[in-house]
Ligand binder design. Structure first.
Ligand code: GMT
Length: 382
């Protein structure tokens, strides 16, 4: 199929999933067209089946805000017409689903029926999507999509509860590419971070409030009192500066490393003993899955879809949002008991296998085929 993919090109989870999906589809022989304002961060290598179309929203003195939505809709129409796309898959409802509806409507006037699939990722429903400034458009565009997927059962459920939805929403979990995310020997790196053989805790996020990075630091402070350990923080975002100040106030700077945004997250996960993700809300928790694929047990909150990924006592442990005491207690018990640690490492890996890209990719392909067939059948009847 010729598939257009619209996403945020950043390190955010939805952009990562969209890019990895596009690359896997291209590998499977589909022709993939990424349409966004910048080359997606994870789209590192050239592939004969992958094309990138950059959206440029024109500047004009009258515009206080450049109308990206309009520029994206125009670009979509242009790419669909020129490249003869079979289907458009938009990731993250705002503004991609409503822009897709606009592009679809324009194409209809030109006699073209464009099947549109929308994937909901989380904050497009749980945080911003619910905001009255977006909600009516989000609801309308979910209902107007030809196919809708959500990345966890919990996100599906929450979408149904938050909006008046009369469209089906199919759950297709996020996935992991084991050719990239797997345990590798990075002992030289481990020696550099933890020269005395300290345990290494890791957190990866975009440092937004919803991630509760302050809880990561609070847990680490408690763990460090009992277990010689280091904390690696990967990523960047609005809370990073405040978190650096917190580390100074808590006198933890010698044991916490802020690494910023990293391309090769798997190399950091390869030396981690424990991953921590105490989010206020998390529709899935792709970062946790990436850690699990690298045989790293997870301490998480029990928010959102995290219990569908991290299984209590099997792949790590979960606690209520903000319960840093329980999280620390669990972390200490894992890091001080080698047998328990090994059991959870194996459990994490086994659970990650369920999200193997080879299991999830066919689900998307089947979904595309069914949406395509439905739209084309409706076109014939009309
Ligand atoms: O986690 C983020 O802040 C980024 C966000 C996004 O929309 O890019 O991630 C969401 O989508 C990811 C991929 O489906 C999920 O793994 C994350 O759980 C979800 N984030 C939240 O729900 C907060």
């Amino acid at each position: 199929m010729k598939i257009g993919i619209v996403c945020y090109p950043t390190f955010g989870g939805s952009g990562v999933v969209a890019t990895e999906l596009g690359m896997a589809l291209a590998e499977n022989g589909h022709q993939i067209h990424f349409i966004t304002y910048r080359r997606p961060a994870r789209l590192a290598t050239f592939h004969k089946n992958i094309f990138f179309h950059e959206v440029n929203a024109a500047e004009y003195p009258l515009f206080e805000y450049s109308p990206y939505d309009t520029a994206l809709a125009s670009k979509l129409v242009d790419v669909v017409l020129f490249e003869k796309l079979d289907l458009l898959h938009v990731h993250y409802a705002i503004p991609h689903a409503s822009v897709a509806f606009l592009a679809k409507s324009i194409l209809k006037t030109k006699g073209i029926e464009l099947p549109v699939v929308t994937t909901l990722h989380g904050t497009d429903i749980t945080l911003v999507g619910n905001d009255p400034s977006f909600a009516p458009v989000v609801e309308f565009s979910i209902n107007s999509s030809d196919g809708v997927t959500a990345v966890s059962n919990q996100l599906r459920q929450q979408t149904m509860e938050s909006f008046d939805i009369h469209n089906d929403i199919q759950v297709i979990y996020n996935f992991i590419d084991f050719s990239r995310f797997r345990k590798t020997d990075k002992n030289h790196f481990k020696m550099a971070i933890a020269p005395e053989g300290e345990k290494i805790m890791t957190h990866v996020s975009n440092f937004r409030k919803v991630k509760r990075v302050e809880d990561v630091i609070a847990v680490f402070q408690k763990v460090r009192k009992e277990v010689p350990s280091k904390l690696i923080l990967v990523g960047d975002g609005p809370e990073r500066r405040a978190m650096e100040s917190l580390c100074r106030e808590m006198n933890l700077c010698d044991d916490i490393r802020f690494l910023g945004k990293q391309d090769a997250v798997e190399e950091i996960l390869a030396i981690a003993d424990l991953f921590i993700i105490p989010s206020e809300n998390e529709s899935f928790g792709l970062a946790a899955l990436e850690a699990m694929a690298c045989e790293v047990p997870v301490i998480s909150s029990n928010a959102g879809g995290l219990p569908e990924v991290n299984l209590q006592g099997e792949t790590g442990y979960l606690a209520d949002v903000g319960d840093v005491d329980t999280m620390a207690k669990r972390a200490i018990s894992i890091l001080t008991n080698e047998q328990e640690h090994n059991r959870l490492k194996a459990g994490a890996y086994q659970q990650a296998l369920k999200f193997h890209i080879d299991n999830i990719l066919p689900q998307y392909e089947r979904f595309y085929a069914s949406v395509f067939k439905k739209v084309k059948t409706e076109e014939l009847i009309a």
